[in-house]
Design a protein around this ligand. Sequence first.
Ligand SMILES: Nc1ncnc2c1ncn2[C@@H]1O[C@H](COP(=O)(O)OP(=O)(O)OP(=O)(O)O)[C@@H](O)[C@H]1O
Ligand SMILES: [Mg+2]
Length: 243
Amino acid sequence: MGNKVLEIINLRKEFRKNIAVDGVSFHLEEGEIVGLIGPNGAGKTTTIKCILGLLRKNSGEVLVDGFSNKVQESKYKLAYIPETPDIYPMLTVWEHLKFMALAYYLKDWEEEAEKILKRFDLLEKRNDLGRDLSKGMKQKVSICCALIHKPDVFLVDEPLVGLDPKAMRELKDAFKGLKQEGKSILVSTHMLDSAEGFCDRVIIMKKGKIITEGTIEELRERTHSDENSSLEDLFLEVTQDEK
Ligand SMILES: Nc1ncnc2c1ncn2[C@@H]1O[C@H](COP(=O)(O)OP(=O)(O)OP(=O)(O)O)[C@@H](O)[C@H]1O
Ligand SMILES: [Mg+2]
């Protein structure tokens, strides 16, 4: 099978007395789209931020292509689309892409940038400042920034929230295109209908732990559910509290 491009080993993150991520281990292979799902507060965003090094983990290891995530090359291999779009208010849409191109030493990026902006209906807004964009447009800019530098692994936190239907479709198509190029995507989402369509397998977290993972067929088998059960059915089944 494919290479392990991302490996998380026994990751633990505490916020004072609150254990947000409690010994989580999983990996992503080349060309895989994996859904990270779980109820609010399960620890999905914290896991993603620890992978990126945006939060300091208490213990555990994060390996990107076999190397620690602290190594500079590892950082170049990761792209992040955050839960809340974090764009620069005083940069234009185009300047955001230019900024990415400079930061990641991209060459001949302009044509690709135009294509990406067109795809997400942002071409007309290319000279608008970040602060003047709608919430969904800001989200699209952060997606375009991740797409332009095409690293090996995409970490995507709730990307579909706030997007219009066309942008949602474009993003899902972009995921499929990246997968075909051998890129890997970890995507956290509550939109289980969509996740069912584009994820190769899912990891279900609750209260900081992984409670189950696998393909939808594997989850059906494990929960003795019939072949018509949706990811939503399976999710509700495995995450319900014991009576
Ligand atoms: N900066 C912080 N300080 C203290 N506690 C935090 C902080 N960030 C997250 N937490 C706590 O860590 C736990 C996991 O939060 P996290 O944001 O990772 O959940 P999530 O799975 O992304 O949830 P959601 O689906 O709502 O986005 C929660 O109990 C939350 O209160
Ligand atoms: Mg979250």
